[in-house]
Design a binder for this molecule. Structure first.
Ligand SMILES: O=c1[nH]c(=O)c2[nH]c(=O)[nH]c2[nH]1
Length: 307
């Protein structure tokens, strides 16, 4: 008996990048662009490549890269969720011994801008570091109705200079924080929608484009809801605000089962300048503290009765 065994494995290509230009059929100069970074990791019957140096089952990662690019050329990549589903069905049907895979695709935010008061047809501004991220985990043994699909808004950096509070928290002998009814609140929004595959339908219907409008609307609405609540609410805490955002998204998108947020609390501390001629600082000059930061996470689901 050998000393070790292969407990788990997966492999594939990461950081496969492309820019896809989608041209309007009627107006060849009216474009949409998608800059994407793709990671495809295969699962399946590859054990001998690790344990017996037998490369026979290996679909080279170079082939994985070629496949991503060929499918990106041949098929519509908008929205990303559809493209991820197409990739998943391709790899799991083309290779018998590929049992499943994980796919992560990150999309840059290129947005058309106004020129002479009109939205440009083909010129874009990069709104980084914000990204859209789609993750798909599919194992073909249970068929195309069984998959995990999530869509995320990542690194949407926001700040509000008032209408944020934090008081009434646990106070003990370790506490130095002073309660406040007016502070700066800033975070890099990372919000994730977990799609309910029962309500969304099978992976083939996602790949066919039948769900495109659901994905497009959900992303725009989740982003708008997040920014809207961030702006309008007099926030009692990051915790309470993120729960409200998640609840509003669940109300808006019935095909989403859970909404998660991961929010760093990026602290801005008020400079105390009283030492200089008693100079008052009425929430006007802050020190952006790079670290440490709070980190607050939650996952919010729908109550059964409200289904
Ligand atoms: O919104 C907040 N939540 C916390 O848990 C926390 N902790 C802290 O020091 N400041 C804040 N702010």
């Amino acid at each position: 008996m050998s000393y070790s065994y292969l407990a788990d494995s997966t492999y594939g290509k990461d950081n496969v990048k492309f820019l896809k230009v989608k041209k309007d059929k009627q107006n060849n100069k009216f474009h949409e662009v998608m800059e994407a970074t793709v990671c495809v990791l295969l699962k399946g019957d590859f054990d001998v490549s690790y344990t017996e140096a037998d490369n026979a089952p290996i679909v080279p990662t170079d082939t994985v890269k070629n496949t991503i690019l060929i499918l990106a050329k041949k098929y519509d990549t908008f929205p990303l969720e559809k493209f991820a589903a197409r990739l998943a069905l391709h790899f799991t049907s083309k290779y018998e011994h590929v049992s499943g895979l994980t796919i992560k695709i990150t999309q840059d935010r290129w947005v058309k801008y106004d020129v002479d008061g009109k939205t440009s047809q083909h010129s874009f501004v990069h709104q980084g570091p914000e990204k859209k991220v789609v993750f798909l985990d599919y194992d073909k043994k249970n068929g195309p109705r069984d998959y995990t699909l999530t869509t995320s808004i990542k690194d949407l950096t926001v700040l509000k200079s008032t209408n944020s509070m934090f008081y009434g928290y646990n106070v003990c002998d370790y506490t130095t924080l002073k309660p406040t009814t007016d502070r700066v609140l800033s975070t890099d929004i990372f919000a994730t929608l977990d799609w309910c595959n029962k309500k969304l339908g099978c992976l083939n219907s996602v790949a066919s484009g039948a769900k495109d409008s659901i994905f497009n609307n959900a992303y725009v609405n989740a982003r708008d809801i997040t920014l809207d609540i961030f702006a309008k609410e007099n926030s009692p805490s990051v915790q309470a605000t993120m729960f409200n955002m998640a609840t509003a998204i669940l109300k808006d998108v019935p095909q989403v089962a859970y909404v998660s947020y991961e929010l760093p609390n990026k602290h801005y501390f008020l400079f105390d300048l009283k030492w200089f001629e008693g100079l008052e600082n009425d929430n006007e000059l802050f020190y952006p503290s790079p670290h440490p930061n709070g980190l607050i996470k939650c996952k919010v689901g729908r109550n059964q009765a409200k289904l």
